[in-house]
Design a binder for this molecule. Structure first.
Ligand SMILES: *Cc1c(COP(=O)(O)O)cnc(C)c1O
Length: 346
């Protein structure tokens, strides 16, 4: 058994959902975004745990992603699809009772033709210019979507509370949806933290459930533990890894671990001062990150353990992401298929 292990604490995911839920009043529903295979952690187990804890609505990016979620949560919860209706989606939407968030008048017409009586939602563009009907298009269909069960939009700058675009988008959303009777949703994790004006009828956190910024009070969800393959003693002046980029200044003990950039531990973390942990003792990564291997200076350890951790409560997904010049979202979704995924469940 040499694969690195990704341990996912489903109790922490549930605790994060409950903590985010507690930030809005009880009339506001807190849904869960489980797109991209639950941000890389496993959409089925995550959605299953949240459904058991009381989550009633889930969001995915693509209709295909809804299948695993439907199987995990049973028939009752709603599963919304952000991309709306793409070419081959009708059978999936019908067979798995998914609810597309229609993004254009064209998607609306196609949906009406394919599934005249099925439920749907609508996504409008309030300033992000990415998905959803812009105002000019929305005005034309406003009277035809009265039976939609949800209308959503997405904030571009919610992780920067002082950004002026937050208030602008809030105002556009309020004006565009005024007088409509269906439920309204504007906020993901960042928007929940902006306060009650942004909550409307339903909030839809993703990254905060998985322990990531901007939800800084989140319980840590992910631990990445990597087996040590071998250790060696080198003399001062000997180099480690590709490009001989790191040279020992003193006699050193180097451990080689079985995970690399093919496991989402992207090459840029090699220069970021990241540690790998032996229990509570941090040991620096030295040399370049290889595709399948990491090299670590374990000179200070009395005993080298079988496994060492690169993501844990001492060094979070966001810490590693920052060292690599990226964000927690990208780090999480890059962790990849080679890990053994272990679920801790209460
Ligand atoms: C990904 C996404 C979310 C969840 O965003 P987080 O920042 O992860 O909470 C919500 N709504 C839309 C439209 C999204 O694309």
């Amino acid at each position: 058994m040499t694969a690195a292990t990704l341990t996912i604490d489903l109790n922490a995911v549930v605790a994060n959902w409950q903590a985010l839920n507690a930030l809005s009043v009880s009339e506001v529903e807190t849904a869960a975004v489980v797109k991209a295979n639950g941000y890389g952690l496993g959409a089925g187990p995550v959605a299953g745990a949240l459904a058991q804890a009381g989550a009633r609505s889930f969001f995915v990016a693509l209709a295909e992603e809804g299948v695993a979620v439907r199987k995990a949560v049973g028939n009752d919860p709603a599963i919304y699809v952000f991309s709306g209706l793409m070419n081959t989606d009708i059978p999936l939407i019908r067979d798995y009772t998914l609810i597309p968030l229609l993004n254009s008048a064209k998607q609306l017409v196609k949906f009406r033709m394919g599934l005249p009586d099925a439920p749907y939602g609508v996504q409008i563009d309030t300033g992000m210019s990415r998905l959803g009907m812009p105002l000019s298009e929305f005005i034309m269909v406003r009277d035809k979507i009265v039976k939609a069960d949800l209308i959503i939009s997405h904030l571009a700058c919610a992780d920067e509370p002082d950004h002026t675009q937050n208030k602008q988008q809030l105002q556009h959303f309020s004006e565009m949806t005024r007088g409509l009777s269906m439920r309204r949703s504007l906020s993901a994790t960042g928007g929940i933290l902006l306060g009650p004006d942004y909550h409307f009828d339903l909030v839809r956190p993703g990254v905060g459930l998985y322990g990531g910024e901007p939800f800084s009070n989140a319980a840590p969800v992910v631990t990445v533990s990597i087996p040590v393959i071998q250790t060696r003693n080198i003399t001062a002046g000997q180099s480690v890894g590709y490009g001989a980029a790191w040279v020992a200044k003193r006699p050193s003990k180097i451990a080689t671990l079985a995970a690399g950039y093919a496991d989402g531990l992207i090459r840029a973390i090699g220069d970021g001062g990241m540690m790998v942990w032996a229990g509570n003792v941090p040991c620096p990564i030295v040399g370049r990150v290889s595709m399948d291997l990491l090299t670590v200076d374990v000179t200070e350890l009395k005993r080298v353990p079988d496994h060492m951790e690169i993501i844990n409560p001492h060094q979070t997904v966001d810490d590693v992401a920052k060292a690599a010049g990226t964000i927690g979202y990208e780090m999480l979704t890059s962790l990849g298929g080679r890990y053994k995924r272990d679920y801790v469940n209460g």
